[in-house]
Design a protein around this ligand. Sequence first.
Ligand code: PGA
Length: 247
Amino acid sequence: MRTPIIAGNWKMHKNVGESLETARQLEERVKDSSVEVVICAPFTSLAALSALGLSKVKLGAQNMYFQDQGAFTGEISAGMLLDVGCEYVVLGHSERRQIFQEDDELVNKKVVKALETGLKPILCVGETLEERRAGQTEDVVVSQTKRGLAGVAADQLANVVIAYEPVWAIGTGENCDAEDANQVIGRIRGTLAELYGSELAEQVRIQYGGSVKPGNIKEFMEQPEIDGALVGGASLDADSFTAIVQY
Ligand code: PGA
């Protein structure tokens, strides 16, 4: 059985004080949940969140660079994230791919480095509206999955989380139909089975992301292939994120 994982992606929201307040409220409200709960906070809040000593709510970052250290102005390494208490790191989010021109090759280098350093990557894949309309959804996510995981060893796979996030569903209020998402995620799992065998593929948690809200989370979690959610906007408020965790 895969333990469901629900992660909040706060994006470029919340200063340190706001982060601490939301995290404290969340920790108190979700402590009895059987779901794994993660908040992916801005870099500037991570050390303070770590110092809170949360036990239920785990920490993640939203990006990192693949080098250990050096002259990379503005970048943050995997080791730095471990040092401030991160267990997870979101990689290849569509906003990174679209706004900051990250391609599969760069995302892959980050995934490999995260795993080597002891961080668990949440690898995001998903098609644009144009690609969906052209019937390319499965080709796109299969290709992003394969390229994103190039060089990842079989014994590292269980530490990988994949988030299927259709780009057109992110921040639009227009979520993917749960059965459609289940089908695409089944295809991603099939790809993992081709690469690593079905036994290992069955261990990987694959989330859905894109306009997840308290009112639609249950439909997604009822699908057999969907193991959780990556939540943007609705994770910013402790009440709505709690309602999602307690679907
Ligand atoms: P959203 O964002 O929940 O606000 O649609 C999801 C994401 O970007 O991970």
